[in-house]
Ligand binder design. Structure first.
Ligand code: AHR
Length: 498
């Protein structure tokens, strides 16, 4: 078995890790909300109508933030439709997903769900059909103490204390032709700047995210980002990145998706640094990678409702319900390493999405919920990765991919001095052989391997189903002196510092 010999040193830090890197996303789309997180008729529903089984799985997954209510949905969303007595709420057409929105779940329900689940809300405002003024009213309803019509309305609806939501996204994917109210970069920057001024006036403690490119494949990338960053540099704290990956026929290319994510992040960092220099600013713009995942975009019949003339605008139709394979989980593992290794600039990220819609958690209406394969790499990282990300170099060969040369083993290393542990995550992309890690840990004193868990399978296309919900799940490897990364596997190694 070939060896990878390398050294780790606690002084070689990339950055302190922000736990907001382990965020996710719930959109009013398909069955994410209705029969996903909210199902009052479900046998395990809480008194508020939330699915308790799903709350437990979200906690287990280790999610820290949840972006809401979209996504494309937000660009036609009117926050006022989802407040007050549920019986009085209007039913609307959703232009993004050609569905009917009953508004039985709105901002107050979402805030309560977040409190119960222990996650931080990340709220998106409508900059498609919406206005800066309406965004301000929305923030006033949510974050103002009381004594104004809108904040008193919140109190009347049962919530005395303001929610004090910190994270606000200034629209969603406004560069996309599919977006309701698409704009060019200057138009967007102007609208986003005026919205930012109002939001900061309503609540000076908000943290604001500007829309970056919807993907690195956009023809306007990275010019969109340059213009938006130049115009908004002093007004926002983060620029967003969105990117989805799918297996287009070559498993090798698909495994190398992390190369594309690395390049995307590094391009946005360079663009942001250029805008910083132009502005003569001393602030570093941070990245919110607030949509990332595997998504079989080509195969998803999300436009089916357009075609069914007899049933246009169904309520909560099953949309984007991708069933993930073991190979998809490996790719997600590689992408997680890429996010961790850029923790100096990527401070937040959202796995898109959380339940039913391209999601790690999958439910059946009235019945159970399962962990999809991609649940596992995320859980294996989010449940333990706290502390500092360390720089390291694995001397491994590369393989060619459509994204460029990719390391055979993609990895990330975390040092958690409080827990006295080192954690190594590693994706072995080698189809045929194991690689052994031979690590020089002299700088840490006495150490011992406490745990090595691995996700592996004989079948790259194995999936978890309701009949076989645990077909793909991590297993513990007994430590016999060698840290072995099996072929095509995702590993977590925890080393105790004694
Ligand atoms: O996550 C699904 C969709 O992907 C989101 O609504 C949109 O922002 C992106 O294009």
């Amino acid at each position: 078995m070939p060896k990878i010999t390398f050294t780790l040193d606690p002084q070689n830090r990339i950055s302190q890790l922000d736990p907001r890197l382990f965020g996710s996303f719930i959109e009013h789309l398909g069955r994410a909300v209705y029969t996903g997180i909210y199902e009052p008729e479900h046998p395990q529903a809480t008194k508020e109508g939330f699915r308790q089984d799903v709350i437990e799985l979200v906690k287990e997954l280790g999610v820290t933030t949840v972006r809401y209510p979209g996504g494309n949905y937000v660009s036609g969303f009117n926050w006022r439709d989802g407040i007050g007595p549920q019986a009085d709420r209007p039913v609307r057409l959703d232009y993004a997903w050609i569905s009917k929105e009953t508004n039985q779940f709105g901002i107050d329900e979402f805030a309560r769900w977040c409190e119960k689940t222990g996650v931080e809300p990340m709220i998106a405002v409508n900059l498609g059909t919406g206005t800066p003024q309406e965004a301000g009213y929305f923030a006033e309803y949510c974050n103002h103490e009381g004594g104004t019509t809108l904040s008193d309305l919140r109190i009347q609806h049962g919530r005395k204390n303001p929610y004090n939501f910190r994270l606000w996204c200034l629209g969603n994917e406004m560069d996309g032709p599919w977006q309701t109210g698409q704009m060019n970069a200057r138009e967007y920057a102007h609208k986003a700047r005026e919205t930012a001024k109002i939001l900061r006036c309503v609540d000076p403690d908000v943290e604001l995210v500007a829309c970056g490119s919807s993907s690195a494949q956009m023809t306007t990338f990275p010019e969109w980002d340059r213009v938006v960053l130049e115009e908004l540099y002093d007004y926002v704290d983060y620029i967003s990145c969105h990117q989805y990956y799918e297996n287009e026929g070559s498993e090798t290319d698909f495994l190398a998706s992390f190369v594309n994510m690395d390049n995307f992040i590094e391009t946005i960092v360079s663009t942001a640094n250029y805008a910083k220099a132009l502005r003569r600013s001393d602030k570093n713009m941070m990245i919110s990678f607030d949509e990332w995942n595997v998504w079989y975009l080509r195969g998803d019949p999300w436009d089916a409702p357009f075609k069914d003339k007899n049933n246009r605008f169904p309520v909560a139709p099953p949309l984007l319900e991708d069933k993930y394979s073991f190979l998809d989980a490996l790719v997600v593992g590689g992408l997680l390493c890429s996010l961790l290794n850029h923790a100096d600039r990527v401070k937040m990220a959202s796995l898109a999405q959380l339940v039913n819609v391209i999601a790690p958690i999958f439910t059946e209406e009235g019945k159970g919920a399962i962990r999809q394969t991609i649940f596992w790499p995320f859980e294996m990282v989010a449940s333990v990765a706290r502390g500092c990300v360390l720089q390291h170099h694995l001397p491994v060969p590369t393989f060619s991919s459509k994204y460029g040369e990719a390391r055979m083993v993609q990895s990330a290393v975390i040092h958690n001095p409080e827990q006295k542990e080192l954690i190594i995550f590693a994706l072995n992309c080698d189809f045929s052989q194991s690689w052994a890690l031979d690590i020089n840990l002299a700088a840490f004193g006495r150490t011992r391997v406490r745990e090595h868990s691995v996700l592996r399978s004989d079948d790259l296309y194995a999936k978890n189903t309701f009949d076989q919900p645990e077909r793909v799940k991590p297993e513990s490897i007994p430590h016999n002196g060698t840290i072995e990364l099996p072929p095509l596997s995702w590993s977590r190694i925890i080393i105790a510092i004694e």
